[in-house]
Write a protein that binds this ligand. Sequence first.
Ligand SMILES: [Zn+2]
Length: 77
Amino acid sequence: MKKTLAAAVWRVRPDPASTGPIRYVQCKECDERSVVVPAQSVGDLWAMTHSGSTGHTQYREFAASDLVTERDRRKRS
Ligand SMILES: [Zn+2]
């Protein structure tokens, strides 16, 4: 109960100083991965190049966004 009340005074939002999500693509067949960059096209190009050199065709894209917490100053009734 204490944890619930303590969390209620905070809220989470995107980090305004962040430039947006970062991404990478990982091959599901050998675990090699692309560089970490914001542009999806870089991961797509890496996957196509990786397929051309290995024959692997299964990938997973990971994307992460920066978040910040701040005190929620809204009045509660
Ligand atoms: Zn692979």
